[in-house]
Design a protein around this ligand. Sequence first.
Ligand code: XUL
Length: 525
Amino acid sequence: MEGLFAGLDVSTQSCKLVVIDLESQSNVFVDAVNYDTDLPNYRTKNGVIQGQPEGVSESDPDMWIEALHRVFEQLKSSDVPVGQILGISVSGQQHGLVSLDAEGNLTRQRSKLWNDFSTLEECDLLTDRIGGLDAMVREVGNSQRTGYTAAKIYHLARHEPEVYRKTATLFLVHNYINWFLTGGKNGGIRVMEPGDTSGMALWNPETGKWSESVMNAISPDLKDKIPPVKPSDKSIGRISNELVQKYGFSPECKIDAGCGDNMYGAVGTGNVIPGLVTISLGTSGTAYTYMESPFVDPTGEIAAFCDSTGHYLPLLCVSNLANGYNEILRIHSLSHADFNLLMQETAPGNEGRLLIPWYMGERTPDVPQATPVYFGFGLDDFEKAVLCRAVLEGHILNLYDGFRRMPVVPKEVRVTGGLSKSEAWCQTIADVFEAQVVPVEGEGAAQGAAVHAAWVCLNESGQACSLESVASPFVILDESRRRKPIEKNVVIHKKQKELFAALSTRIRGKSGGDPFSLRDQMIRS
Ligand code: XUL
């Protein structure tokens, strides 16, 4: 197999480009543009526009395009023969909504992102209209969550009707980038694909059809604004002339269907066969597994997503993952290594102290107005080491508590994302998930995108090959940091998992009022 292929990851915080060379089985280019530091005029923090009301998380789609130009400039000035790149695939942060008018202008200068919590009312209204949670799950395989896109569209239609009226096309982030790459205002291609579309809570991953009733509940003309869904394992067109002229791409360079960042995280970690679990430890925490047939969780807590290969990717997403940990490192000026040392001062289980780390609402369980809960902390417990352990265990237990519903007993957990470099995180995940944990090196979703582009283009040019065979040389497991569960820790964490589940259920108010909602009402009044 030979050829150069590119993967672009337009994520919440940065735009990364990876170019792989199939012949040498190596990355020949890796670079990224960080929105906060490289594009300060957009005034973002962690990629999100600042100064918005609580719960609102939005970015400017122009910023993604500017970042893309920057990273293409960097590619052009490298020694990579840009004209030999045969295909590009785009990985995008999931669920974000981009709206364009008939000429291709943005009708709203900001895109609501996956971690925007401002559409709670729309989620409730839609769920009621369809007849409750069970009916909604039957309709779209998922519950309505603030993270997903249907409620963002409904929010636009309800609160900015004029903008909604002017909108001719609604895109997810990677579809918008694909449209731009294939020509933008000059004939850009308007399509979607199953992986990212399954995260809209508007399209049913089991039937492969849009839900007419959810669409109509939002607005009867919605179907005219949504592009068609084409397969994820095919290309959608060729790169635009403008980009050919500007950066030296070949006019033959194909643009792959692209997908969501989790689907490409699966490819980048070799999670393309049953039995593996990938945990991505980034801004959000996700855990997912490849499946040949669809899995629908009747509670809607596990997302029923499609993958980028025509199969399925049930996924758990918690919205609080790196935030508590990063903050405690910052406040106490700790490195990852200092943190690991501090872990030795306390015992797993933290003597019954437990932190539920819902710092910015929580997506799973679905508690958009949640606040964190410190449980069992006494007067002697303000020590750094005690708090550090509480944060680490709290984040991992929160992830595990949702993971219990996943239809898989992991043969191996592959960890990726910033925190996979931490010894404390890897060992505690092994102990809590009761499985071996191994970090995956490489460039995550961008790498997965490049591999996917190669797989699609090779197959389309008559060189039949499996995704696994293209992916495997690029999936580098860091065996020196593989961790096995430690039996005595497993025993204590089993009890801690029960405690976490009980506390989480109880404070969500199975009887009486919902304390989070009451608090929210109080601070707003
Ligand atoms: C998954 C989700 C996040 C984003 C992050 O459903 O919302 O993982 O994809 O970019």
